[in-house]
Design a protein around this ligand. Structure first.
Ligand code: NAD
Length: 497
């Protein structure tokens, strides 16, 4: 059977482009290539940017109501056909159906936020800043904005950005992950069906060549990137050197600090959910449990007991956890078990070679638990991005906090305790962008912004929420005087009030 090739989407239609390069898109639960995806050349990206630039004047002039109407319709389509999109996510990413639906629900939250954007994008007005002089501000769209997204949330992460950018009057070139690119095409088609004019949302598939073309294109005003830290740093530096505003969200190593007074059943449930959901391929996954005092001895059996109930397999078969994204990634993650053994850690549950409800060639690795992980080990210092949960034992709250604050990452963290004073202290002292208190994955709701600190975010602007209004617009301040009888006169001094 001939393998189909997924096209780009430009000016409201499929676009093949001139590049002949392609990449395989796997079905990770079967371990087979299910289609190829085109990898855009610089010229292909230029074609998409030109289409977005051509659509910008009319779209930015469209009324707020007209733009909102598209987003309201898009929301209806998402709600009515979410199973269709979820099936695409499961087929190319591997995540289980309920998790795919959860991803879509969190994307819809941002669409809903974008539906209310006229209120949030309003300017300010000061009457009589000087006598007879009014000062006011407006926010205007940037132009063509670039979005580059990772493999792990093929629907939600693009939706963190494009609904808001579009609602504010920008036009978009989206470069999704080449590993699971079909969700972006589905969403672009749905936006067209929702009434979006051609050229406002374009999708180019590709790898470094396409990313570089976006980062340096003179007609691209901004870049919103989500991915691993080394690429986020590169994107930030290259994009800003080209004069663009850039928000680049990077990798993570999220710790869960467990105080001795915590409810250990809640902690065990939370550690398992946040450690192994989506096979640990979430930037907000918990990868390290930091157990204070000697609670690890009581906590670990509770975690192990819950891990034994997890069903791993094909995401469409009612399993709890699916495969990893590629064979290379699965092998890399599994390699950390060898590192753990060499470094003297204790492998409590080994996910290699587990029985799965799925095809033998799928990219499987079962839930894995490693205790007594030395903080000098790569198992602790690297972002593993798989179903591997580490336990680090510390004596005090201070020692645990120092570990968290010593990490180069600062995406999310959580404290589990029944002591309000300790929780309050933690929320203030942790140098991390998103904090959970008895909540393991503290992804902020759509009307707060999402983003980490330190190497988890380059730039000063988080994703969605209020930060997005700032990021996707330029503010203009206007000082206005209409002639009245008191006007006139020469005065070369600097204007004062
Ligand atoms: P990745 O960095 O490999 O890829 C992200 C994007 O960059 C993709 O579109 C990819 O095509 C492109 N890219 C890859 N290599 C490139 C290169 N050399 N030059 C230019 N562009 C390149 O990330 P991934 O593996 O797709 O996603 C997983 C990573 O994303 C993890 O590190 C995870 O923590 C992170 N992530 C972070 C957040 C967050 O909000 N902070 C959210 C989701 C994922």
């Amino acid at each position: 059977m001939a393998t189909t090739v997924l096209d780009h989407w430009v000016s409201g239609a499929a676009f093949a482009g001139a590049s002949t390069r392609t990449a395989p898109v796997y079905d990770p639960a079967r371990g087979v290539v299910q289609r190829e995806v085109r990898l855009a050349s610089t010229a292909d990206v230029d074609h998409a940017v030109k289409a977005a630039a051509a659509a910008f004047p009319a779209w930015s002039e469209a009324s707020w109501n007209k733009r909102q109407a598209v987003l309201f319709s898009f929301r209806e389509i998402l709600n009515a056909r979410k199973e269709e999109l979820a099936a695409i996510l499961t087929s190319e990413h591997g995540k289980v159906t309920p998790d795919a639906l959860g991803e879509i629900a969190r994307g819809i939250e941002v669409v809903e936020f974008a539906c209310g954007i006229p209120h949030l994008a309003k300017g300010e007005y000061t009457e009589n800043a000087s006598t007879g002089v009014d000062v006011y501000s407006v926010r205007q769209a940037l132009g063509v904005v670039g979005i580059i997204s990772p493999f792990n949330f093929p629907a939600m992460v693009p939706m963190w950005f494009f609904p808001i950018a579009i609602a504010l009057g920008n036009t978009v070139v989206l470069k999704p992950s080449e590993k699971d690119p079909s969700a972006s095409i589905w969403m672009a088609e749905a936006m067209k069906e929702a009434g979006l004019p051609d050229g406002v949302l374009n999708v180019v598939h590709g790898d470094k060549e396409a990313v570089d073309a976006l980062l340096t294109h003179p007609e691209v005003a901004s870049i919103s990137f989500v991915g691993s830290t080394p690429i986020a740093k590169y994107v930030y530096e290259t994009g800003t050197a080209s004069g663009k505003r850039v928000q680049a969200l990077g990798g993570a190593k999220n710790h869960m600090l467990v105080l001795p007074d915590a409810d250990l059943d809640l902690v065990a449930d939370s550690a398992v959910n946040a450690g192994f959901g989506s096979a640990g391929e979430r930037c907000m996954a918990i990868s390290v449990v930091v157990a204070v005092g000697d609670i690890a001895d009581d906590l670990i059996p509770k975690i192990v007991e819950r891990m034994a109930t997890l069903k791993v397999g094909d995401g469409t078969r009612g399993c709890d956890m699916g495969p990893l994204i590629t064979k290379e990634h699965r092998d890399k993650v599994a390699g950390y078990l060898d590192v753990a053994a060499t470094d003297g850690a204790e492998i409590v549950v080994d996910g290699r070679g587990i029985a799965v409800d799925g095809e033998a060639d799928g990219f499987w690795l079962g839930p894995t638990l490693i205790d007594k992980v030395p903080t000098t080990s790569d198992v602790y210092t690297h972002e593993i991005f798989g179903p591997v949960l580490s336990v680090v034992r510390v004596a005090t709250y201070e020692e645990g906090l120092a570990l968290i604050n010593g990490s180069p990452y600062g995406n999310g963290t959580a404290i589990f305790t029944n002591d309000g004073g300790a929780a309050r202290r933690f929320q203030r002292e942790a140098t991390v962008g998103m904090i959970g208190i008895n909540v393991p994955i503290p992804v902020p709701v759509g009307y707060y912004s999402f983003g980490g600190w330190k190497d988890s975010l380059f730039g000063d602007t988080k994703a969605y929420g209020p930060d997005a209004i700032h990021f996707f617009t330029r503010q203009k301040a206007i000082t206005s005087r209409w002639l009245d009888p008191s006007h006139g006169g020469i005065n070369l001094g600097f204007p004062t009030n």
